[in-house]
Design a protein around this ligand. Structure first.
Ligand SMILES: Cc1cc2nc3c(=O)[nH]c(=O)nc-3n(C[C@H](O)[C@H](O)[C@H](O)COP(=O)(O)OP(=O)(O)OC[C@H]3O[C@@H](n4cnc5c(N)ncnc54)[C@H](O)[C@@H]3O)c2cc1C
Length: 291
């Protein structure tokens, strides 16, 4: 095909240093699991320089330190599902099981999901409720920022072209919290969501058998705005309420006002609003139902 160039330059560095020096000052694209990268090409062949980061051992694995749990930049969804993680990660694990199929989960990375920044990225709401921070590395140095600031719109992030997302850091402040992820699509499997919700609830008396009260609540909704959003007013209004069945009744339509759903082939904006209200209520009920 005369108008289709083949890849001019496919590079597969073995170290992070090598990768960031290849990216410095270039317009190279990063390739990881390829599960968003290749479908986005459609019928076209890849063009320009591609830096395949999949051999960078420094980015592999999940590790635990005193302050945070670190999800390396090459961690796949399958690795998240299999890792022994505190219960506050249950929502992220549930989301991981919803990403495409097992084959996609084996190849696709959490970092790729965040960098691709689809409004329907399943990884975003559960990481937002965990107050996750992303770490970016370039030849110029290392910087961190909250995930809530990193994704700025539909497929838009604050990542500079020369930066690799090297890890995702989750502070170890709510490990005993219960967390839930619910996704609604037009069918049960292999589906892009119409709405999805992650909720996390920390009780004030985790050690006792009493239900107690809500010490902290975090709720995020995806697929209903350009990027997934936390529902701050709802979160504040839940603190201090009994951690007991019926909590869903505390959620009103007004609490969903940060959302700005659109009409598209999957659902109308109104359906998305209605469905999100139901999902948020169900997610909170499921959280308080967990002991
Ligand atoms: C059949 C199918 C079903 C799918 N189902 C779902 C689903 O249900 N839910 C869902 O959320 N997603 C789904 N996806 C999308 C995709 O699988 C995920 O978003 C996956 O996590 C992407 O990771 P990746 O490693 O494959 O990223 P890649 O495709 O390699 O890269 C995606 C983007 O991120 C950039 N990038 C990747 N890694 C880095 C890094 N470390 N640093 C900087 N930039 C980077 C790339 O340059 C590219 O722009 C599906 C995809 C397919 C093909």
């Amino acid at each position: 095909m005369p108008n289709q160039m083949s890849v001019s330059n496919y590079l597969k560095p073995r170290t992070l240093d090598e990768a960031v020096s290849l990216l410095a000052g270039s317009d190279a694209q990063i390739l990881s699991g390829g599960t968003d990268f290749y479908p986005a090409l459609g019928e076209k062949l890849p063009q320009g320089t591609i830096v395949d980061v999949s051999a960078l051992r420094e980015l592999r694995g999940i590790s635990i330190s005193a302050d945070h749990i670190r999800i390396g930049g090459l961690t796949t969804w399958t690795e998240v599902i299999r890792a022994p993680l505190p219960r506050c990660f249950d929502a992220l694990k549930a989301a991981a099981r919803e990403v495409g199929s097992v084959q996609i989960q084996n190849r696709g990375t959490v970092a790729g999901n965040l960098c691709n920044a689809s409004p329907a990225a399943d990884g975003v709401p559960p990481l937002l409720v965990l107050d996750a921070v992303v770490e970016l590395i370039s030849a110029a140095g290392r910087r961190q920022m909250p995930l809530a600031e990193f994704i700025v719109g539909n497929r838009k992030t604050l990542r500079r072209p020369d930066e690799v997302l090297s890890g995702i850091l989750v502070p170890r402040t709510a490990e005993d919290a219960s967390s839930v992820f619910l996704k609604l699509g037009a069918r049960r499997y292999l589906v892009i969501s119409i709405s999805m919700v992650a909720a996390l609830i920390r009780r004030d008396d985790v050690q006792s058998n009493h239900a107690g009260r809500i010490a902290e609540a975090c709720v995020a909704v995806g697929s209903c705005s350009a990027s997934a959003r936390r529902l701050g007013d709802l979160e504040k209004s839940l603190v201090g309420l009994p951690c007991a069945p019926g909590i869903g009744e505390a959620v009103t339509k007004a609490h969903l006002s940060p959302l700005s759903p659109i009409d598209d082939v999957r659902a109308t904006a109104q359906y998305r609003r209605d469905a999100s209200l139901v999902l948020v209520r169900r997610a909170l009920e499921a959280c308080v139902g967990q002991r």
